[in-house]
Each structure stands twice: as structure tokens, then as C-alpha cells.
Design a protein around this ligand. Structure first.
Ligand SMILES: NC(=O)c1ccc[n+]([C@@H]2O[C@H](COP(=O)([O-])OP(=O)(O)OC[C@H]3O[C@@H](n4cnc5c(N)ncnc54)[C@H](OP(=O)(O)O)[C@@H]3O)[C@@H](O)[C@H]2O)c1
Length: 262
């Protein structure tokens, strides 16, 4: 069954590039009005224009730095002021840093936890009552294959994504029967601006998927009669996640460290 999003509004964080921009195009193609959230306003304005022209939906743009806790209530205040009822939330904003923690810049590390974990949690908490009351929509929290085992050289990033996976799977259970579809999307390496932000491709494992492939995986999960609480994109990534989940730490730590180029 292809889920329709017409007469509904989807809020997408990290909508200025990569997976978030692709979610915007796909959901608009299925009839959703959109609220785009990120820091880079011009990028989102350009995407909003393109999506309006292509699909005739309403698109609003809200600029927010999600590393700042005051922005979380700010997002909700914005959608309330616009009179919007959000029935689909795509918590996609996120980034990673690379290298041993002992050499890390404290601020970037702390911001990573704020954006990948705290903002995602706060926005989920703020919108979940609406999502459940409306039913029929979706909550997609973007995790990663990094969620399936500790990741030396990306210790904070891997831990944030393990949180996202665990948090989302628990919510899938808590909201069962409400009509809301809940999934933690776990991409592997994907051709976006992600590795530009990381600053190196040393952390890349396996071949790139495209944002189109990853978002198609998410949409298939949402369309299925039983949306899986966790979905991994790509056959090789599914195999890697399976191994990561089962392997004892004495094997998975050195293996992951060597895959991370260290
Ligand atoms: N690409 C991969 O290989 C890969 C693999 C697994 C998981 N993921 C996950 O996929 C999600 C999307 O990443 P992507 O691959 O599409 O990378 P991307 O192209 O770099 O996009 C990241 C998005 O997050 C937003 N963002 C970052 N920091 C923010 C902040 N402080 N406040 C608000 N928005 C912020 C960025 O917007 P602004 O810079 O405009 O704020 C951008 O729109 C992330 O959660 C990432 O961890 C990616």
C-alpha cells in the first residue's frame, strides 16, 4: 500500500541538504505540505520554491540552530503560530566528527549530542501527542548503521545513533495501535554533504548509497502493513548491522576500528 500524505503537514529537520531535502521532495510528491527546518535559509528557500513548483504544496521554512536548546520550543512555537497540526515528523538533522575523543574540540562534541540526541528527543516529545492524535502519519528518526556497535574514532556519533535506534524502537511499541508509523532509519554511507562536514572519507565503510535509495527504503518501511521499528538501508548494510549486533565486543571493536581507518 502506498501511504498518502495529502491534507497533512510533515516537519523535516536537516532539510537544507542530503537526506532531509530528499525526504522533502518525496513527501511533497505524495501530497504533504512541509515545514523545513535547518540553519541554511537560502538552501531551504530554493528547495521550497522547487517543491512548490513541482507539486503545488504549501512549504514553510523555519531557520533554527538545533544545537541551541531554546530552538526546540522555538520550532513548536513557530508551527503553533502558523496554526499547523503536524502529522509526520522526520528527525533527520545530524552530523559527525572523526578522531579520538582525547583530541576532539569540546564544542563540536557537545553540539553533536545536542543535535543528534537532545533536539531529536525534545522535538519528538513536543510533537508526539499531535502525531498520535492525528494517526495515519509517520515518525522517522534518522539513526545510522553506526548504531549497531561501538565506533572507535566516532565514539560520540555511534553512541548518539545507538540512542536514536533504542529510543525510536521503544516509541514504536508505545504508540502501537495509534495508526502512527514509527521507524528508526539506519543508512550506511550515503552520498550527501555528511562526509564534507566530517572532514574526511576515512570513516566511510562500504559503497555509497544515494539519498534517493535511502529515502526509498524509509518509504517502503512506512508503506508496509507492519512498519519495522528499525530499518537498515541496503543489503550490505543489513549484513553489517547483523554482524555488528551479534559479534562480541572483543571482535567488533578491533574490526570496526580497522574499518574506520585507525
Ligand atoms: N550520509 C551518510 O553517510 C549518513 C549515514 C548514516 C546516517 N546519516 C544521518 O543522516 C542524517 C542526514 O545527514 P545527511 O547525510 O543528509 O548529511 P548532510 O547533507 O550533511 O545534512 C545534514 C543536515 O543536518 C542539518 N544540521 C546539522 N547541524 C544542524 C544544526 N545545528 N541545526 C539544525 N540543522 C542542522 C544540516 O543543515 P544546516 O547545516 O543548514 O543547519 C543538514 O540539513 C544525519 O542524522 C546523519 O547522521 C548519514
Amino acid at each position: 500500500m502506498t501511504l498518502s500524505f495529502s491534507s497533512s503537514t510533515a516537519l523535516i529537520t536537516g532539510a537544507s541538504s542530503g537526506l532531509g531535502a530528499e525526504f522533502a521532495r518525496v513527501l511533497a510528491g505524495r501530497g504533504a505540505d512541509l515545514v523545513l527546518v535547518a540553519r541554511r535559509r537560502e538552501r531551504m528557500d530554493a528547495l521550497a520554491d522547487a517543491v512548490r513548483r513541482a507539486h503545488g504544496v504549501h512549504v514553510r521554512v523555519h531557520t533554527a540552530d538545533l544545537s541551541d536548546p531554546s530552538s526546540w520550543d522555538g520550532v513548536k512555537a513557530y508551527t503553533d503560530a502558523e496554526g499547523l497540526s503536524i502529522s509526520t515528523l522526520i528527525n533527520n538533522a545530524g552530523f559527525a566528527t572523526y578522531g579520538p575523543l582525547v583530541e576532539a574540540r569540546a564544542r563540536r562534541t557537545d553540539d553533536q549530542v545536542q543535535v543528534n540526541v537532545a533536539a531529536l528527543t525534545a522535538l519528538t516529545r513536543l510533537y508526539l501527542p499531535d502525531l498520535v492524535a492525528r494517526g495515519g502519519g509517520a515518525l522517522v528518526n534518522v539513526a545510522s548503521t553506526a548504531a549497531f556497535q561501538p565506533v572507535p574514532s566516532m565514539a560520540v556519533y555511534g553512541a548518539t545513533k545507538a540512542y536514536v535506534k533504542s529510543f525510536t524502537a521503544a516509541l514504536a511499541w508505545e504508540t502501537r495501535g495509534s495508526g502512527l508509523r514509527v521507524t528508526a532509519l539506519c543508512p550506511g554511507a550515503t552520498k550527501t554533504e555528511f562526509f564534507d562536514v566530517v572532514g574526511t572519507e576515512d570513516a566511510k565503510v562500504g559503497n555509497y548509497e544515494t539519498p534517493e535509495q535511502v529515502v526509498a527504503t524509509a518509504m517502503r518501511a512506512l508503506d508496509s502493513r507492519r512498519t519495522p521499528p528499525v530499518v537498515v538501508s541496503g543489503a550490505n548494510n543489513r549484513l553489517g548491522a547483523f554482524v555488528g549486533r551479534l559479534a562480541p565486543l572483543r571482535l567488533s571493536l578491533p574490526l570496526t576500528a580497522s574499518l574506520m581507518g585507525r
